[in-house]
Design a protein around this ligand. Sequence first.
Ligand code: ZN
Length: 301
Amino acid sequence: MFKEAGPPAGESTNKNDGGSMVSGRTAHARRNAIAASVAALALASCAASPGLPGQGVNVGEASQLRKIVPAEQLEQSSATQYTGLVQQAAAKGQVVAAGDAQFLRLQKISQRIIPQAARFNPRASSWQWQVTLIRSNEINAFCMPGGKIAFYTGLIDQLKLTDNEIAIVMGHEMAHALREHGREQIAKQGLTNIGTQAIAAIAGETAGSVAQSGAGLLTLKFSRDDETDADLVGLELAARAGFDPHAGVSLWKKMTAASKGAPYEWFSTHPSGETRIATIEKNIAAVLPLYKDASKAAKKG
Ligand SMILES: [Zn+2]
């Protein structure tokens, strides 16, 4: 998903020099354990909670499957990868300074949305949230597990995003982290045996092996269902923070126009189109009262 942000060419993403590489037998046992966990979790996964009208989107519970990957380890691995990414960008002079108006604008938007996050994942209240603005023509933005956010100036400048539209993108990306779609994808990869090593590395004993696994957190592809989930949860996060949910429609119309012939990975992982826009449009009514309440409260405060 984030090609340019991956490890340098020639560097294995599954390198594990720490001596903790799992043997075939251990991996087999681990797969059996995983299969057993999944069977147990499948039984517990039918409890979707319908929302009240005007009280937010109805997305049900996050995937139960994700629980086979330990959240702490994933967040730690994510923090290491994020730090590496920011350091790489800084070395190239691409990190927008903290005092820059463009960065302050982004930070202000994040400070309004972050307090809404724990509603979708209680772990979020103890996350060390970080926001980085990277100077690059690329159209991209992400939020890694544990609340590590990055925006690329290309996204904001080329699409001439309003604050409301930035909030919709940020809400969407934060939703991926809060609903733990990365954790879910890694769990799924483990089940199909492709990602057993990734799970083993992430679930491994030492922080070193986790850091070295490079587990591809930046290259994970989310499913269409996860994309819809992130659209809806993101819409609610933005609305609760006092950002107009109608911006979800204008944002994705801009994305549709910008994606024509554009080379960015974002457009293949985030296909824009009538279906996506229609789903967002259909859910505006569910979050509009939250937006109105938040706007009223902001005016009073
Ligand atoms: Zn997405």
